[in-house]
Design a protein. Sequence first.
Length: 96
Amino acid sequence: DLLTIRADRDRYYYGMDIMFERHPDIVKRLCVDAPALLPVLLDGLIWRSRVTEGGRRRVNYYIQHLVVDSEGRFAPTVEWVTDNEDPKIVCHPVVS
């Protein structure tokens, strides 16, 4: 539910930045402790428009925190996912 996009008259709210600031190792924790929840997290990092144009739909992938850490260096997320050795996760659109 943290990854649900909400809005009011003034702005949009999306808890992704706060979640990754508070838990920068959330992908590692899920790989180790709850691998069944990892696809749920990754699905929450995708926004798909409800409107189609010419048979196409706009999609946004929120991958910043998976690629770069808070200090601007490469994030260890890819290493954690690789060490997990789950082909379904490696083939997930956010990861691949």
